[in-house]
Design a protein around this ligand. Structure first.
Ligand SMILES: C[S@@+](CC[C@H](N)C(=O)[O-])C[C@H]1O[C@@H](n2cnc3c(N)ncnc32)[C@H](O)[C@@H]1O
Length: 266
């Protein structure tokens, strides 16, 4: 996959990303209160020879921007091939093989932000992807899903947009558990979100079947180890991919696979 920014666009900046305010309260974001800055990022997906265009609204808050973990996730999906033996590809292949006689792979994305990962997954895997986030984020995701419908459609995929505020039982019930694969990028960054995210993962992964959650992550705060300590009480967590350090940072994006504690992987 290659990523090309329009001339008017800022590149994703790993340093800026490190300036994320720990005290941002996303539920307090009021998008209509600030002037809107619009940027577009294009992702050329080599595997399907198509280009996805993503609208960012950086002045509206962190939910409306692209984050490096998302770029890594898209890159890995774009390199996916069922004959690949790496752990990321194996997790995708496992999900693909559970589809059996059903027509399409069903994927749920948590904290989709701009929707880029879910949209790319749908285009590349021909999957039915439900992209979710907090309610105020959904109009921009819907915009991006609509703009890219002509890329996703010919591959047999479909993108559905739904509210899923982590830990909100009625929204979790409405979205349901009927998915083959759960995905997310850059969703661990604020300690008051750890418990609601873990509750959501318990709802999604600890029912029937052997589903996994693939999560791309760029470590920002030392306190994130608290999330991994808590989550390991409930899940087996394996590292399935590691990028080298990004510019201006000592760390790079990693991808973890979360599964039930008794899951066995070859
Ligand atoms: C750092 S952004 C990452 C966005 C996108 N996944 C990416 O990598 O570009 C974190 C995302 O988690 C979402 N989020 C934060 N709190 C949430 C909650 N309680 N329930 C659902 N989504 C939440 C935000 O709205 C935002 O889109």
């Amino acid at each position: 996959m290659t990523t090309v920014a329009d001339s008017s666009d800022d590149e994703i900046n790993p340093v800026t990303m490190l300036l994320l305010n720990q005290n941002d309260d996303l539920s307090e974001q009021k998008p209509e209160a600030v002037p809107t800055l619009v940027q577009h990022q294009t992702y050329h997906l080599n595997s399907v020879n198509s280009t996805v265009v993503i609208r960012q609204l950086p002045s509206q808050g962190l939910s409306f921007q692209l984050w490096p973990a998302a770029t890594t996730f898209v890159k890995l999906l774009d390199s996916y091939n069922p004959s690949n033996t790496d752990s990321f590809s194996a997790a995708v292949t496992n999900a693909v093989t559970t589809v059996n006689c059903r027509k399409r792979l069903r994927i749920l994305e948590l904290g989709s932000g701009t929707g880029v990962v879910g949209i790319a997954a749908s285009a590349i895997l021909g999957a039915d992807v439900t992209v979710t986030d907090l309610p105020h984020v959904l109009p921009n995701i819907k915009f991006n899903a609509d703009v890219n419908a002509s890329v996703v459609g010919p591959r047999g995929g479909g993108v559905h947009v739904a509210a899923l505020s982590w830990g909100k039982v009625e929204e979790m019930e409405a979205v349901g558990r009927e998915y083959d694969l759960i995905i997310g990028s850059d969703v661990v960054y604020h300690d008051n979100l750890y418990e609601p995210l873990i509750e959501t993962l318990k709802f999604l992964l600890l029912g029937d079947g052997e589903k996994v959650f693939l999560m791309a992550h760029l470590r920002r705060w030392k306190k994130e180890s608290g999330f991994f300590k808590k989550v390991k009480k409930w899940f087996r967590v394996d590292l399935v991919h590691e990028d080298g350090p990004s510019d201006g940072s000592r760390t790079g994006v990693v991808v973890y696979r979360f599964a039930r504690k008794d899951a066995v992987f070859r």
